[in-house]
Write a protein that binds this ligand. Structure first.
Ligand SMILES: Cc1ncc(COP(=O)(O)O)c(C=O)c1O
Length: 398
């Protein structure tokens, strides 16, 4: 029996539908399996190898013990929604109403899925930056929309403003941003965000902004686009606790948006998961209420890891970009004689006992060539692991 259906669109949207109609494994799964098989250091998939703040972990354990184990409310526990609102006020001066303007989701992924499925009509266009997080391509395709992209080019990975102007038209329903940006580590400056707001007004588009790395920044402060004049009323701001608190497996995410948008997104979200992660919700509230110093501590710790890996990759002979945020770094393998990063990543365990992912995993079919030799390394690992990786990578060029 031929199994047809929307899965084919999703797989094609993520660039995973093979010519024979089967779904290829994602490069992340392939590379993680390679790391397991070879015992190589896994700097491919972005998950931390250390636990986050003990207050957050303890709050989850306490919640389970106290019996917080049944369905939470559909919008998320009020205490967490209040903590999200307090967080938006404390860090960005944004006032959001926890009753009507906040929705708790199963990670940022569900927030993205529910938002795109709720707001798109078939044939609408969605503009994203490129490279893009792989779920964007799949979800845009599932929603039967057309995916337009604006390229980010090495070494600074900032969009060209004319290309941005060109990509957004009256057909655009959503401009989907990600800042700080995975996989490049770039952060969008105010000037670019202002243009996006102006374009959204001009073409009556909704702005969806994925800010899951909002606290993982190394100098420049993160600017939520919702803080710009004229943005808030047409913006869905998405984040999650997985990155900030090293709890990627908990899948507690959230969004804030004007009430009518939240209502529309909730109408879809309630039939995706309904709710999730009851005992993790109060734990995330505890995390969001940690003092400022805890957040700067997380970023400072990560910055020292970035510097360690940056120095190691540079010494090994790569051309290395300087990420402003996230826990990813992009390195060009071409100076080492490797023009094809997919091939290079498959050989990296044997060459250096390290696993990484090619940037082409984040790029659509048409633009692969300009990213062909670029590799993403994750630096959310213990110092000693990064030191070992750097020492092993140093052997490649020799
Ligand atoms: C840009 C971006 N958005 C969303 C997610 C998914 O977040 P969550 O695990 O909260 O669903 C990730 C995770 O890697 C990401 O890098």
């Amino acid at each position: 029996m031929a199994v047809t259906g929307a899965w084919q669109r999703a797989a094609r949207g993520a660039g995973l539908l093979d010519a024979d109609g089967t779904v290829a494994a994602t490069i992340f799964a392939e590379m993680s399996a390679l790391a397991t098989r070879t015992g190589a250091i896994n700097l491919g998939q972005g998950f931390p190898d250390q636990d986050g703040p003990p207050e957050v972990l303890e709050a989850a354990i306490a919640a389970i013990r106290e019996g917080v184990n049944q369905y939470p409310p559909g919008r998320g526990m009020l205490d967490l929604r209040e903590a999200i609102a307090e967080h938006q006020q404390r860090f960005y001066g944004l006032h959001v109403d926890p009753e009507r303007e906040v929705l708790v989701t199963a990670g940022a992924t569900e927030a993205l899925a529910a938002t795109l499925l709720a707001l798109i009509e078939p044939g609408d266009e969605v503009v994203t930056l490129e490279p893009f997080y792989d779920a964007y391509g799949a979800l845009i395709a599932l929603a039967d929309a057309v995916h337009r992209t604006v390229p980010l080019r090495a070494p600074h990975f900032q969009p060209d403003l004319d290309e941005l102007r060109h990509a957004v038209t009256d057909r655009t329903r959503i401009i989907l941003l990600n800042t700080p940006h995975n996989p490049t580590g770039a952060m969008l400056p105010r000037e670019t965000l202002e243009l996006i707001v102006a374009l959204a007004h001009e073409h009556d588009a909704i702005i969806v902004t994925d800010e899951v790395y909002e606290h993982l920044t190394f100098g420049e402060a993160h600017i939520p686009i919702a803080t710009l004049p004229g943005a808030r009323e047409r913006t869905v701001t998405i984040s999650s606790g997985g990155k900030t608190f090293s709890t990627t497996g908990w899948k507690i995410g959230w969004l804030s948006a004007p009430p009518a948008l939240v209502q529309a997104i909730l109408a879809v979200k309630q039939f995706l998961t309904y709710v999730n992660g009851a005992p993790f919700q109060p734990a995330m509230a505890a995390g969001l209420r940690l003092p400022d110093a805890a957040f700067t501590g997380i970023a400072d710790e990560l910055r020292s890891k970035r510097d360690l890996l940056h120095a190691g990759l540079t010494a090994a002979g790569f051309t290395v970009s300087q990420p402003q945020g996230t826990y990813f770094i992009v390195a060009d393998a071409a100076p080492l004689g490797f023009e094809d990063a997919v091939d290079f990543c498959r050989r990296l365990p044997e060459l250096a006992g390290v696993v990484a992912v090619p940037i082409t995993a984040f790029v659509g079919e048409t633009h692969r060539a300009q990213y062909a030799s670029l590799v993403r390394f994750a630096f959310c690992k213990r110092h000693e692991v990064l030191e070992r990786a750097a020492a092993q990578l140093a052997g490649i060029g020799r």
